[in-house]
Design a protein around this ligand. Structure first.
Ligand code: SF4
Length: 411
């Protein structure tokens, strides 16, 4: 039985995103506020204090259970109240610049947000990966990144700014809109989605940026995602992935409580310094000590270690054996990720046989080590390939300019 379903074209109407207002910086949004902040916003809008708790609960339900994008839909509130709210607040979604759909059903959205001090609107990518029994949304936390991991396309894009909780949770709401994952919505014709259960069942903070460098906003957004009266995603289905910001790992466990993933990628400091330069600050031994102390760690709550397979760089059998030795005693899963090349990348993907041999060593040591099948490669949606399209275009422009410059100089 396959748990992936292709929605027949005749069964449902496609989503109509153009009817949903796009996010602007004009009015503050109620999306992304914590429950306390939402209550405070209602007080400031003149809602009587004794009603605030009830109104907050109603609005929370409309936003996160029903996916409302318009106060007019909130039928259990008076018309006057809906008008007051609409005058003061927005419920907008991120603007969709492009939506790409891979042959394997992976979807990638390029989303645009207001500048918020960045000088111009900013763009990030969000990726949806349908699999048997689950649909995973890979969410971005920053526009660009400071960490320059050498195998990662995002790392070539300078940090522009942190995303706000509204923008982080907005990626989840937008994906649910586009997939028809709210009660009154329809799944687009032809979409590849899990055959049962929620279409967005898992969130991984593994898109653009280092989430632990945007801790407070990520924390607020993930609390909203896990709120049992709203999006209600189990913390076991939310994974925060870090390149290894050691001082923040304990706090993440205590204050967010999600699953943890570590971008490890190398077993020796000299190599990890090159692949994941934050290693120079927090070397492997310190990182693994922080992992051992991660709150709630158990066989049921294992840490995922991400390991990108780079041909001739980190894929030897001695690397595999050292990986096993290093992780001894840590409840862990190891994700082997075939490298996804991007224009200008300096690495090649390991040969498939080598990946399997590496995986055998790790499996024999008792670690589940699925080889993550590359997804969405045809739309540059795979791990380490994310970059905003405007950045890609700027690079193309720069390259074109340098070619033109070179030709001019030769004349
Ligand atoms: S792997 Fe993550 S932390 Fe490293 S450059 Fe890419 S986005 Fe930044």
């Amino acid at each position: 039985m396959t748990a992936l379903a292709i929605v027949p074209e005749t069964s449902v109407a496609p989503a109509r995103p153009s009817l949903i207002p796009a996010l602007t910086a004009e009015k503050p949004s109620l999306i992304g506020l914590s429950r306390e902040e939402l209550g405070q916003a209602l007080v400031e809008a003149g809602i009587p204090e004794k009603q605030v708790r009830m109104r907050s609960a109603q609005i929370w339900h409309w936003l996160y259970v029903r996916g409302a994008t318009d106060f007019g839909a909130m039928s259990n509130m008076s018309k006057a109240l809906r008008e007051t709210l609409a005058e003061r607040f927005a419920l907008a979604r991120p603007e969709i610049v492009t939506e790409q759909i891979s042959v394997d059903g992976t979807r990638k959205w390029l989303l645009r947000f207001p500048p918020r001090g960045a000088g111009r609107p900013v763009e990030v990518e969000t990726v949806y990966i349908p699999e048997e029994g689950r649909g995973t949304l890979c969410v971005s936390s920053q526009v660009g990144c400071t960490l320059t991991c050498s195998f990662c396309h995002t790392g070539t894009q300078k940090l522009v700014r942190n995303l706000t909780p509204e923008e982080i949770i907005g990626q989840v709401l937008l994906a649910r809109d586009r997939l028809g994952d709210f009660p009154d919505a329809a799944t687009p014709a032809g979409a590849i989605v899990p055959g049962e259960g929620r279409l967005v069942s898992n969130i991984v903070m593994m898109g653009m940026g280092e989430p632990l460098y945007n801790f407070d906003n990520v924390k607020t957004a993930l609390h909203i995602a896990a709120d049992g009266e709203g999006l209600a995603l189990s913390r076991r289905r939310i994974t925060l992935s870090t390149s290894g910001v050691v001082p923040m790992i304990q706090r993440a466990g205590e204050e967010i409580g999600s699953m943890l993933a570590i971008s490890l990628h190398a077993v020796r400091d000299e190599l990890r310094d090159e692949l994941v330069p934050i290693n120079k600050k927090y070397p492997i031994a310190e990182l693994l000590d922080a992992c051992r102390a991660y709150p709630g760690l158990s066989n049921a709550k294992r840490i995922t270690f991400e390991y990108v397979m780079l041909k001739g760089v980190n894929d030897s059998l001695s690397d595999a054996r050292e990986l096993v030795r290093l992780l001894k005693g840590i409840p862990a899963k190891i994700n082997l990720i075939p490298f996804n090349p991007w224009p200008g990348s300096a690495y090649e993907c390991s040969d498939w046989e080598q990946i399997e041999t590496f995986s055998d060593v790790v499996n024999r040591a008792g670690y589940a080590s699925p080889i993550r099948t590359p997804r969405g490669r045809d739309i540059f949606a795979a791990c380490g390939q994310l970059k905003s399209a405007s950045e890609r275009m700027r690079k193309v422009d720069r390259e074109a300019a340098s070619v033109v410059g070179g030709v001019a100089a030769a004349l």
